[in-house]
Write a protein that binds this ligand. Structure first.
Ligand SMILES: Cc1cc2nc3c(=O)[nH]c(=O)nc-3n(C[C@H](O)[C@H](O)[C@H](O)COP(=O)(O)OP(=O)(O)OC[C@H]3O[C@@H](n4cnc5c(N)ncnc54)[C@H](O)[C@@H]3O)c2cc1C
Length: 338
C-alpha cells in the first residue's frame, strides 16, 4: 500500500474506487483470476465504514460494530479469517436472546478484517477520485492531486451519491430511468461518540446493547468486547437524532448523548470525541447486487446499497461486480473468437 503518490499516469485492467468491504472483495476476486487491479481510496486506512480508532490507550470500533453472516460463501470467509486471527466470535443471538446468527468482532479491532483481506492488493490510500470519464474503449479516472489512471473497467464502491458525483464530474450520462433509480438511494446519518472512561461502564456482557427508546440506538463497551485496554464506550445516535443535530455544535451534541447514556456510563469521563457518518447505512436497497452503468467498457456501481445490508451485503456486492466484469470479458472473448 502507498500513500499520496505524486502525479503520474498509470494504466490498469480494473480500477476500483473505494477500499471498503465491497471494493476489497471485488479486488481480491479479480486479482485472483489474473487481472491487474488497482484500488484507490481517499481515506488514510483500508476498510471504509469498518473503522477503528485509538484514543490514548483506548480502542474503539466506531463504524460497523459486528459482522454477521447468513450467506454460506461469506460465512466461509469469516471462518478463514478466524483461522488467520483477524476475527473472532463476539456473541450469538439478537435482542438479548441466544438464537440467531453469530456476531463476529474484528481482532484486534474491526479494521483488521478488511486490512487482512486486502493483503497483497495494490491499494493507494489518501487518493481521492474526482471524476471518471470515457476515453475510447476504456475509462480515465482523475484524482484530486491531478493524477490520471486509465482502466479497461471501473468499479465505483463509495456511497451512491458520491459515486454519482464522480460520474457527473466526468460527463458520464445515465439513462433517466437508471439515474432516478440510483438517486433514490439515500442513507441515514449517524452521530457517533467515542468516550474514554475513568472506570468500567455498566453495560452488561457481552458489551453491546440496541436501545429501543431515546436518542441512542446502540451503545457498546469496547473493553468488554475485548478490543480496548482502557474503558471505552461507543455511542451511536438514532437516525432521527443525527439528522436533527447534524449541524449543531459537536461538543454540545456529545454532551446530550452522554447525558442520555448515564445509566450505563456512571463514572468520570476522561475525554470524548464526536464523529459524523454522513452515509451511515442505506435506507433502501437496490434490487440488483450491483449496477452496470456501461457494459463495454464496463463501469459498475457496487457497495452495501446493492448487496443487502451491512458488511455482508457489501461483500456480496463486491463479488457480484467482479463476476459481472468476468462475464463481460468471457462474452467479449467469445464474440471475438466467433
Ligand atoms: C455507525 C455505523 C454502524 C454500522 N454498524 C454495522 C454493523 O454493526 N454491522 C454491519 O454489518 N454493518 C454495519 N454498518 C454498515 C457497514 O459498515 C457498511 O455496510 C459496509 O462497511 C459498507 O462497505 P462498502 O464497501 O459498501 O462502503 P464503505 O465502507 O463506505 O467503502 C467505500 C470507500 O470508498 C471511499 N471513497 C469514497 N469516495 C471516494 C473517492 N472520491 N475517491 C476514493 N475513495 C473514495 C471511502 O473512503 C470508503 O473507504 C455500520 C455503518 C456505520 C457507519
Amino acid at each position: 500500500m502507498s500513500r499520496g503518490m505524486q502525479a503520474t499516469d498509470q494504466n490498469t485492467d480494473v480500477l476500483i474506487v473505494g477500499a471498503g468491504m465491497a471494493g476489497v472483495m471485488a479486488a481480491v476476486e479479480l486479482q485472483r483470476v489474473g487481472f491487474r487491479v488497482l484500488v484507490l481510496d481517499k481515506g488514510r486506512g483500508v476498510g471504509g465504514r469498518m473503522s477503528s480508532r485509538r484514543v490514548g490507550g483506548a480502542t474503539f470500533d466506531h463504524g460497523a460494530q459486528f459482522i454477521a453472516a447468513r450467506d454460506p460463501r461469506f460465512a466461509a470467509v469469516l471462518e478463514r479469517e478466524r483461522r488467520d486471527g483477524s476475527v473472532e466470535p463476539w456473541f450469538r443471538g439478537s435482542k438479548g436472546g441466544v438464537d440467531g446468527p453469530m456476531h463476529w468482532r474484528g481482532r484486534p479491532a474491526m479494521s483488521a478484517v478488511p486490512g487482512h483481506l486486502a493483503l497483497g492488493l495494490d491499494i493507494q490510500l489518501e487518493t481521492s477520485v474526482m471524476a471518471v470519464r470515457g476515453e475510447g474503449n476504456c475509462w480515465r479516472a482523475e484524482t484530486a492531486t491531478g493524477r490520471s489512471i486509465t482502466a479497461g473497467a471501473v468499479v465505483l464502491t463509495p456511497p451512491v451519491p458520491q459515486s454519482l458525483a464522480i460520474l457527473e464530474a466526468g460527463g458520464v450520462t445515465l439513462s433517466p430511468q437508471l439515474y432516478g433509480r440510483l438517486a433514490a438511494i439515500d442513507y441515514d446519518r449517524c452521530l457517533a461518540v467515542l468516550v474514554v472512561l475513568e472506570e468500567p461502564s455498566r453495560i452488561p456482557p457481552p458489551g453491546g446493547l440496541t436501545l429501543a427508546a431515546g436518542p441512542i440506538r446502540w451503545i457498546a463497551d469496547n473493553q468488554l468486547k475485548g478490543i480496548s485496554v482502557e474503558p471505552a464506550v461507543t455511542l451511536h445516535a438514532t437516525p432521527a437524532f443525527s439528522l436533527e443535530h447534524w449541524d449543531h455544535d459537536r461538543d454540545q451534541v456529545g454532551r446530550i448523548l452522554l447525558d442520555a447514556a448515564r445509566p450505563w456510563v456512571a463514572g468520570g469521563i476522561k475525554t470524548f470525541q464526536v464523529h459524523g457518518w454522513r452515509y451511515s447505512q442505506p435506507r433502501r436497497f437496490d434490487e440488483e447486487p450491483c449496477v452496470a452503468v456501461s457494459d463495454a467498457p464496463a463501469l459498475l456501481l457496487a457497495g452495501d446499497a446493492f448487496g443487502g445490508p451491512g458488511v455482508e451485503g457489501a461483500a456480496r456486492s463486491g463479488w457480484a461486480a467482479a463476476e459481472a466484469i468476468l462475464g463481460r470479458c468471457r462474452a467479449f472473448r467469445g464474440s471475438a473468437a466467433a
